[in-house]
Design a protein around this ligand. Structure first.
Ligand SMILES: [Fe+2]
Length: 386
């Protein structure tokens, strides 16, 4: 809890949520005064037929569109700038990003680079983007990153082994179209890993030093939805109610961490993504249990509340044991849905850890982490996962 009760909360986006809501996309694009759309997406979504669902809605509404489908997992600055060139040369007037966090983050970056000079890396950090971007709609097709509800885009430069966050209220989409029907066919593994990422957003925000009443309420509800529906979304993926819960959980968690940032798991996800090339959600699933164990002693009350939210019985238990129950419940959930993995599966070795720890210590997620870590603590957390 933020003891001083002074806080700031900003959320400038409109959200249209519900099964089937994507059918109104044409109307939403028109409300942004646009009649020519650049769709930013990845090849997997074209193959899965999701992009065709989007283009047929736009066709039905008489809206011109073209598709840029070269966004890779962990989007690269090169693709962002290629899409900006296409947006300009084709005289588009809005962007609709369709996909998981990679496509949405890329879409955000394209939107602001269409109006701001230079390279996207010039704006790495918080609050450096100077001008609003072009009209931008986010259509998430996974329930995890919550990119549709955040000020952040994470961009990679693979040839420089670099990865950075660009944060600005100009990156919040003008509209997020959250339709759980689009997530019904996600494979189990993707559902599990993205769902754990969403949970980690709610949780790292909830326990950190910057948490505040509004973000806490969003985090608590997000965790309740995950507790109720992640297993079902993974193992009975055609259950619309479970998919809907997970998409809502992801969006609400994002709204929470927008104002608070996150913690150690997300600090380490930057170097482990950029240098060890581990996909974001995989890093998070591996790191969350030891990160929670490290943080528990700094905020036993919060972990006891997490135990209740995740359905663990804490009646009559001393606070510390109740807090441990919270961690056990979260570990059990992760163990149930995600295939077990280790950092060494991606080639990480003991010798790499100090450099990753140093890089993690430089991120903005460290100062808000509930327990102040030293670089050697981060090394120990990663060593636990080798
Ligand atoms: Fe994340």
């Amino acid at each position: 809890m933020n003891d001083h009760r002074t806080f700031s909360f900003e959320f400038p986006a409109r959200i249209e949520f519900g099964a089937g809501v994507v059918a109104r996309l044409g109307q939403f694009v028109r409300s942004l005064d646009s009649d020519r759309v650049l769709i930013v997406t990845d090849p997997g979504l074209v193959e899965a037929g999701i992009v065709e669902r989007i283009t047929s809605v736009l066709d039905g509404a008489g809206i011109d569109h073209l598709v840029f489908q070269d966004i890779e997992s962990e989007p690269d600055a090169r693709s962002v700038h290629a899409a900006v060139d296409l947006y300009r040369s084709e005289k588009c007037s809005s962007i609709v990003a369709v996909g998981g966090g990679s496509a949405l983050d890329a879409g955000k970056a394209v939107s602001v680079m269409a109006t701001n000079p230079g390279h996207i890396r010039d704006y790495a950090g918080l609050g450096l983007v100077r001008k609003a971007g072009v009209p931008f709609i986010a259509v998430p097709t996974t329930a995890g990153t919550g990119s549709e509800g955040t000020i952040w885009a994470v961009i990679s430069e693979k040839d420089r082994a670099d990865k950075y966050g660009v944060g600005s209220s100009y990156l919040v989409p003008r509209l997020a179209v959250c339709d759980p029907d689009l997530t019904l066919t996600l494979p189990q593994r993707v559902t599990a890993l993205t769902g754990i990422d969403a949970m980690s957003h709610a949780m790292e925000s909830y326990i950190n030093k910057a948490t505040q009443p509004i973000s806490e309420a969003l985090s608590e509800q997000s965790m309740r939805l995950v507790a109720r529906s992640l297993r079902k979304a993974v193992f009975a993926g055609d259950t619309v109610a479970a998919r809907s819960d997970m998409l809502l959980a992801s969006t609400m968690a994002a709204m929470a961490f927008n104002s608070t940032r996150l913690g150690i798991a997300h600090a380490l996800a930057m170097p482990l993504g950029a240098q060890a090339k581990i996909p974001h959600a995989d890093v998070i699933a591996v790191l969350m249990p030891p990160v929670l164990r490290f943080n528990m002693v700094a905020n036993l009350e919060k972990f006891a509340r997490i135990a209740e939210i995740f359905g663990a019985s804490t009646t009559g238990l001393p606070l510390r044991l109740a807090a441990e129950r919270g961690i056990e419940a979260v570990e059990q959930l992760i163990g149930d849905v995600a295939p077990p993995a280790k950092l060494s599966d991606w080639g990480v070795k003991e010798a790499h850890l100090p450099a990753y720890a140093e890089a993690g210590m430089q991120t903005g997620n460290i100062p808000v982490n509930p327990r102040t870590p030293r670089a050697e603590d981060l090394v120990a957390i990663m060593r636990d996962c080798l």
